[in-house]
Ligand binder design. Structure first.
Ligand SMILES: C[S@@+](CC[C@H](N)C(=O)[O-])C[C@H]1O[C@@H](n2cnc3c(N)ncnc32)[C@H](O)[C@@H]1O
Length: 245
């Protein structure tokens, strides 16, 4: 985020904030205020509990397509790992455009079909599941938006200067394979693993054990794409859309 913009003093809305890890990270980056929005009351409650030391941070229950936030009230709309849950991307980008001030940023982070399709390695453990159970890859790819899907949903509702960045984010560092196996068994934060039954899960854990043999410490990473764009002035949009006289 630091390579994209200077967050100091900005008002941020974190849509699909979950437990608020990234909402808190925006405060660490210097944001003046952050409001986290999530459709799940359980997540909002957890986010509030974990953020009591952050007075500039608040959380509300709301939908990505109808946040309830005031028009033009934030400088950044951020959404990490939200859009693969959405059926209607335009409904979200329109709402983002509505709540952003002119010149504000919409920043979306998610995985594209290309990001999820990468082969397994000790650094990309997720790829091993797909190698072992290809049906998981079909399910995973089908729920991911393409780079162009997202860029065009931004463009259609009045965003400009659209760019993308791909990067590897560290998911977790494990001191031993057993630590990784424990994390996999718990399925925490790995929704695709809920498509495996207990036996298949055990099978894939032994498959991964063979693949990573010899790596004492495992640093698990995932590849992500970040789309960034700027909200154009409504007046310039109107000018642009008006038919030539
Ligand atoms: C994978 S979690 C990501 C949480 C957080 N952004 C992160 O990266 O750690 C997706 C979150 O989006 C929320 N969500 C799903 N659909 C939503 C919607 N239509 N409107 C708002 N939040 C939604 C879920 O409740 C969940 O907390």
């Amino acid at each position: 985020m630091r390579s994209l913009l200077d967050a100091r003093g900005l008002r941020v809305a974190d849509i699909g904030c979950g437990g608020g890890i990234y909402s808190r990270a925006w405060i660490e980056l210097g944001a003046r205020s952050v409001i986290g929005v999530d459709s799940s009351s359980v997540m909002v409650e957890a986010a509030r509990e974990h953020s009591s030391d952050y007075p500039a941070l608040s959380f509300i229950i709301g939908d990505a397509a109808a946040t309830g936030l005031t028009q033009g009230s934030v400088d950044v709309v951020f959404a990490r790992a939200l859009i693969h849950h959405l059926k209607d991307l335009d409904a979200f980008t329109s709402e983002a455009r509505r709540i952003l001030t002119h010149g504000g940023w919409l920043i979306i982070q998610d995985r594209t079909p290309e990001d999820v399709n990468l082969p397994g390695s000790p650094q990309h453990v997720r790829g091993y599941f797909f190698e072992r159970f290809p049906r998981l890859l079909d399910a995973e790819r089908s729920r991911r938006w393409t780079t162009e899907d997202v860029a065009s949903a931004m463009r259609r509702v009045g965003f400009t200067t659209i760019g993308t960045v791909t990067f590897w984010e560290t998911r977790r560092r494990y001191g031993s394979f057993n630590e990784l196996a424990e994390d996999l068994r718990a399925r925490t934060g790995r929704s695709i693993l809920h498509d495996l039954n207990e036996e298949e899960l055990r099978d894939s854990i032994s498959f991964i054990e063979q693949k990573v043999a010899g790596n004492e410490r495992i640093i698990e990473t995932d590849r992500w794409t970040v789309w960034h764009s700027i909200a154009v002035r409504r007046s310039s949009m109107t000018r642009h859309l008006r038919p030539p006289e």
